[in-house]
Structures are given as structure tokens and as C-alpha cells.
Design a protein around this ligand. Structure first.
Ligand code: ARG
Length: 601
């Protein structure tokens, strides 16, 4: 299906041509004076110089050509030379009827279907998921779904942090606590116990304890000797684990066995699905070959003991330090695993693009990795590498989000809190003659809490910092998830009642009779263009803005129109068709944002 703006532009372009002007001048845009008109064309202004004429004269000639246009009810040339356009209501209804009947509401396959790998989530195993993990998961999931909807092939990879110093810290702490375990005895050749020496709860306590131990400072603010010594042992353990020390690999396995099911469970609860559950550790065996190749090409060299590749470029405005391929002790670091992972993706998946949804404070790291990967030929020249950096989630005071006692808030606790909040609201506002069962109320609270959380995040431009405010996110009025779900529940309820009372649904929309209906239809027409923009710009907030506008337009229409009580059956059937279609578009949008709508609220 042609996009609506394209289709009406073609009418105006043809008119320019018939009047003897360049057709390209006839591009139409949404009016920036909605009080005067719905759409406008400024082509006469642009053409004035070229044709040596007054813009208003050109505009008048074009308007004359559009007198009988079926697209426009009125075409006005106004000073100094704008064309003010108002749509023919029947034409608009016809277009939207076609959209409602079309696959994906008229969204066409992209000019070039791309294979895109999206790296998002990025939790570090052994550390419980906390609020800091919300943004990469929520934004990444949405970008993935938008790209898929737009017609691309998208592969989501969680890219676990499972090969870094946190592993060495855990090993070292475990050795202090239980030195008698066989994992630490290098001469041990027997089988290791199948069962993990720690539970998830213990593991979640071990890591923070170890991390704290490595950071103890004295009264002068310097790391204590004990902390330094502990940290050094952790680094050594990390390197030995990476290089294959048997007992440490076994502990690593236990850590993974214990923490992965919990991670998976947590993401599942948030409706976040990864196609690949790969991690830093998966590329370990590729590192030696990659490093050898970099050396052979003369690109990697030793600097202060570490193996590095220069990545600065002449045009740089700020200093871009070398990419560190191996640490001075020979261990892999964050750069190493990202480089090897890119190499793996290139070889196994041959993607057109690789996207990274990561905290924007890591921008420099990715700049280094991308440059190094290109320089060393780890990716083809045409492989696109994109960093999608997101801002910090702040608490209501504008400071990074913390719990009341200053700790990091666990994700599960946070979600539970929002669910409770929504549950209370649902109970407060439900009508006494249609009370929900306990089960339905709990389920509805779950769905709406997730929507509140995700929409609260996604409605902000990802790169900006934002304030996490549960009260605001769960409000039923304003630009919030619950507001959208209330609107959808309202439509669902009307459709249900219509069906129950034997009402029908028209196959085509009726010609809108007022501006509220017209505005609603006009908002619907913008859907395919919005998808194209949101996908090209990796911008879930555009889906949110569209959805909010659509919901507002729907509510204006709803408040001014009797639907179920409309006596004219044909008219009523037309309204029902409109509601059905609008709900469908809204469902597509919330699907791309990663949440669902309950049947009623
Ligand atoms: N685990 C990392 C962290 O917590 C995020 C991983 C992002 N993705 C990547 N390919 N580096 O900071």
C-alpha cells in the first residue's frame, strides 16, 4: 500500500505538473497550523525563484488544477503562497478501510531486508538482576520487535557477562570460605562433585561480599593491603579460569548452572526473549587465533605489558586510547571478548548490521572495539556496527536510582512493588457491579504493571537520562502505560457488548461526520510511516508518541459520539469497524513495546 502522505502528495504533484511546474514541488506535509488546515504544501514558495513568479500566483494555478481532486475537500492558496489542504472525508475513510484490510496495516516490506544482530540485556551472571538491568532489556527488546515488524530478520543475543573479574572474585572468596573443597587443589585429578557448593542465595551473597573485600579503603581513602592482595588473587583466578584450570572451570560451571535458570526466569517474567543465550565465555577458544592474526598483521603490539591495537584517527577531536586485546597478565578483558564475539557473529551469522543496546557511558569502549574490528578485518567493510547508548535511570531526586536504605534494588522486588500498586488501583476503580475475581485482578495487575514499567522507560528518548517514578508511571491519566491500556480496555468492552447484543460490524468505514472522527482516521494513516521512522532511528519512543496520540484521538471521538446507543444500525456497524481497526493498530504498537493489554481494567 502506498503511504498516505505519498498518495496525497502525488495528487498535488500532478497538479503542479499540469500547471507547468516541476512535480517535485508538490510534496505535502502535515499542517503546522492545524487550526487552518490538515495538510499543507509549500512548493509554490520554493518554485517562485525558479520560475520568476509570485508564489501566490503559482499556488492559485495549482489550486485551480486541484478543484476536482477526489483527495481534497478544499484547496486554498493563501498569502504569501501556501496551499492549505483539507481532506475529503470519504477519501480518507476509504484509505483507512483499505489499511484495516491490509496485511500489517499497510506496512510494506523494507527496500532491503537486513539481517540484524542485536546485543542487549548484557547481565553479569552471579549478580542478581537489579534496576540497572531494566533499560538494556526493555529498550533492546522493543528495538528488536520494531525491526522485526518493519520486516527485517533480527537475532537477539543476551551476551552474558560471564568471563570477567567477577568470576575470579567469587572463586577467591569461595576458597577463603571453604578451602577444603577439591576445586582448589591443583593435584586433584578425581571427579568433582556434580552438585554446586553454593545455592543461588549464597552466590548472591558471595559476590557482593567478595567485591566489597577487594575495595576496602583505609582512613586515607587508599585501598588496604588486604584488599589489594585479595583483588590480585581474584585477577589471577580469573586468568587461570580463562586459561582452563580444571577446578576453576568447574566452579564456573556451577555458577552458570545456579544463576542461569534464575536469569531466564526473570527475563521471561518481563516478556523479554532472546534467540541466543551466548556470553563472553563462548568465544574464549577463538581468542588465541584472533590475537595471532592481529600480531601477524603487525597491528597488535605490546604497550606497558598489555597487547594493544592503536585505533586513533586523524580526525578525532578527543583522545581515543588503544584497544586492549590482552591484559598484561595475558587474560582476556572486556575488549577481548567483544572483539572475539564480533568475529564469531561475522563468521557464523554474516549479519548486515550488529546493534548494541548498552549504557551510553560505554560509548568509548564500543568506539574502540568497532575501530579495532575494522582495522583488523574481523568484520567485512559493509557490516554496519551501531552503538545505541541509553541514559541513566534516576530516582525521583534526580540521583541514580537507589532503595531507601541506599542499596541497589532487586528487579523482582521492584516489579512486585509496582504490581501491588496496580492491584490497589484496580480494586479502587473497578465498578462494584463488575468486580474482578482475585485471580483476574492479580493477572491484570501483572500485565498493567509491566506496561507501566516499560512504557515509563520507552516513552523517553533512549539516549536521555530519565526519572523513574512509580507513582507517575502507574497513573491512569496522562502519557502512561495504564492510560493506554484503559483506552484499549474501553474499546474491548464496547466490542464485547456489541457482540453480546447481536450487533454487527461493517466491512468498510463510514464517511466521518466530524473533526474528531477525521482526526482519528488521520492518525491511523500515519502508522506505516511511523514504523519506518521508528525502525530506521531505532526509536521506541516514536511508537509511544504515536500510540499516545492515537489514544487521545480515540478518546476525543469516544467522548463526543454515542456508539452502543446509536440507533442507526448501519452507522453503529461502521463505528464498530472503526473501533476494531483502531484497537488492532494499538495492539501492534504495544506488541512492539513489549507488553499486552488486559481484557478489562
Ligand atoms: N555485561 C556488560 C555490563 O554489565 C554489558 C554487555 C553489553 N554488551 C556487550 N557486547 N559488551 O556492562
Amino acid at each position: 500500500m502506498k503511504k498516505f502522505l505519498t498518495q496525497i502528495s502525488e495528487e498535488v504533484q500532478a497538479a503542479f505538473e499540469k500547471a507547468g511546474y516541476d512535480a517535485a514541488l508538490g510534496r505535502v506535509s502535515v499542517s503546522n497550523r492545524p487550526d487552518l488546515c490538515e495538510y499543507q504544501c509549500n512548493g509554490a514558495m520554493a518554485g517562485a525563484k525558479k520560475y520568476g513568479k509570485k508564489p501566490i500566483d503559482i499556488a492559485n494555478e495549482v489550486a485551480e488544477q486541484l478543484k476536482d481532486s477526489k483527495a481534497f475537500a478544499s484547496v486554498e492558496a493563501v498569502m504569501p503562497g501556501f496551499l492549505n489542504l483539507k481532506l475529503n472525508a470519504a477519501y480518507l475513510a476509504d484509505y483507512v478501510s483499505d489499511m484495516f484490510a491490509a496485511d500489517k496495516y499497510g506496512v510494506e516490506a523494507p527496500a532491503k531486508k537486513e539481517k540484524i544482530v542485536i546485543d542487549y540485556g548484557g547481565p553479569n551472571v552471579a549478580k542478581p538482576l537489579h534496576v540497572g538491568h531494566l533499560r538494556p532489556a526493555i529498550i533492546g527488546e522493543s528495538v528488536k520487535r520494531i525491526l522485526r515488524y518493519a520486516g527485517h530478520e533480527v537475532i537477539g543475543d543476551v551476551h552474558l557477562g560471564d568471563w570477567g573479574t567477577q568470576m575470579g572474585l567469587i572463586i577467591t572468596e569461595l576458597q577463603e570460605r571453604k578451602p577444603e573443597l577439591p576445586y582448589f587443589d591443583e593435584s586433584y585429578t578425581g571427579e568433582y562433585p556434580a552438585e554446586s557448593p553454593f545455592t543461588l542465595t549464597e552466590l548472591e551473597e558471595i559476590y557482593p561480599a567478595a567485591s566489597a573485600k577487594s575495595k576496602v579503603k583505609d582512613e586515607n581513602g587508599e585501598l588496604t593491603e588486604a584488599a589489594k592482595e585479595f583483588h590480585a588473587r581474584a585477577l589471577k583466578a580469573t586468568r587461570e579460569m580463562q586459561q582452563g584450570r580444571r577446578g576453576y572451570r568447574q566452579i564456573w560451571k556451577h555458577i552458570m548452572e545456579v544463576s542461569l535458570p534464575d536469569l531466564k526466569e526473570n527475563y521471561k517474567k518481563m516478556d523479554i526473549e532472546f534467540d541466543l543465550w551466548m556470553g563472553e565465555s563462548d568465544v574464549n577458544d577463538m581468542i588465541p587465533e584472533m590475537v595471532e592474526d592481529m600480531k601477524a598483521k603487525g597491528l597488535a603490539y605490546i604497550s606497558n605489558g598489555a597487547l594493544v591495537v592503536d585505533v586513533k584517527e586523524e580526525t578525532d577531536k578527543k583522545e581515543i586510547p588503544p584497544c586492549m586485546v590482552l591484559k598484561s597478565d595475558g587474560a582476556a578483558n572486556y575488549d577481548t571478548t567483544d572483539l572475539a564475539t564480533l568475529s564469531w557473529r561475522e563468521r557464523e551469522l554474516k549479519p548486515d548490521k550488529v546493534l548494541y543496546v548498552v549504557d551510553k557511558r560505554q560509548e568509548l569502549h564500543f568506539e574502540q572495539v568497532f575501530r579495532c574490528a575494522r582495522k583488523c578485518g574481523l568484520v567485512r567493510e559493509e557490516t554496519g556496527l551501531e552503538f545505541i547508548g541509553f541514559g541513566t535511570m534516576n530516582g525521583p531526586g534526580g540521583k541514580p536510582f537507589k532503595t531507601r536504605d541506599g542499596g541497589v534494588l532487586r528487579l523482582q522486588a521492584l516489579i512486585a512493588e509496582i504490581e501491588e500498586n496496580m492491584y490497589a488501583k484496580i480494586r479502587e476503580t473497578e465498578s462494584p457491579d463488575a468486580k474482578m475475581s482475585e485471580e483476574e485482578a492479580r493477572q491484570t495487575a501483572k500485565i498493567t504493571a509491566l506496561a507501566a514499567l516499560k512504557y515509563g522507560d520507552l516513552s523517553n528518548q533512549a539516549s536521555k537520562d530519565y526519572v523513574f517514578d512509580v507513582e507517575r508511571f502507574t497513573a491512569s491519566e496522562g502519557n502512561t502505560g495504564p492510560y493506554l491500556l484503559y483506552t484499549m480496555a474501553r474499546i474491548k468492552s464496547i466490542l464485547r457488548k456489541n457482540k453480546e447484543s447481536g450487533g454487527t460490524e461493517a466491512s468498510r468505514l463510514l464517511t466521518p461526520e466530524d473533526n474528531a472522527q477525521k482526526d482519528l482516521l488521520r492518525s491511523v494513516t500515519a502508522f506505516p510511516q511511523m514504523i519506518e521512522d521508528a525502525s530506521a532511528e531505532r526509536a521506541p519512543h516514536k511508537v509511544c508518541a504515536y500510540l499516545y496520540q492515537l489514544a487521545n484521538d480515540f478518546n476525543s471521538f469516544y467522548h463526543g459520539t454515542k456508539i452502543l446507543t446509536e440507533p442507526d444500525a448501519e452507522k453503529k456497524a461502521g463505528y464498530i469497524a472503526l473501533l476494531h481497526g483502531v484497537l488492532g493498530v494499538m495492539e501492534e504498537c504495544i506488541g512492539m513495546l513489549g507488553f499486552e493489554a488486559p481484557e478489562r481494567m
